[in-house]
Design a protein around this ligand. Structure first.
Ligand code: FES
Length: 129
């Protein structure tokens, strides 16, 4: 990775503001996160990036009944991705992904990695990590 790209990616990661949350393991590879700890996810359109199992996970509340999760790493050259205006964006080289994680525009060629997420009352269950 070139120095300029590295700096751009690092600044993007800082801007994304990865939240450190208290996640409770609910099984070997699943974590429970109380919605009270992530108020951004209480309404559709809300998003947050959390760190679980040494991975940054982008969570997006796409509707009242669904939260989607993605490994928050671009499939091009591993820069951080973030949610913006109903899509997922990597600012390092301007790849765009839809809310299924599929590439809308490159240079990325591969979809983002999905992470299973279940809304379970007052918490979300994130796994398999
Ligand atoms: S790292 Fe190149 S577009 Fe994301």
């Amino acid at each position: 990775m070139k120095k300029r790209t590295f700096l751009k990616c690092s600044l993007t990661a800082l801007a994304a503001g990865v939240a450190a949350l208290h996640a409770v393991p609910v099984s070997a590879k699943k974590y429970g996160v109380a919605l009270d700890k992530v108020p951004a996810l209480k309404k559709a359109g809300g998003t947050v990036t959390i760190r679980l199992a040494e991975k940054d996970i982008l969570l997006i509340r796409v509707s009242d009944s669904e939260v989607r999760g993605f490994v928050a790493v671009c499939t091009h050259r591993a820069c951080p991705v973030s949610y913006e205006k109903n899509q997922i964006v990597c600012h390092c080289h301007s790849s765009h992904f839809d809310l299924d994680g599929k590439v809308k525009s490159g240079p990325a060629q591969k979809s983002l990695s999905r992470v299973p997420v279940v809304l379970d009352g007052s918490r979300i269950i994130v796994g398999d990590l």
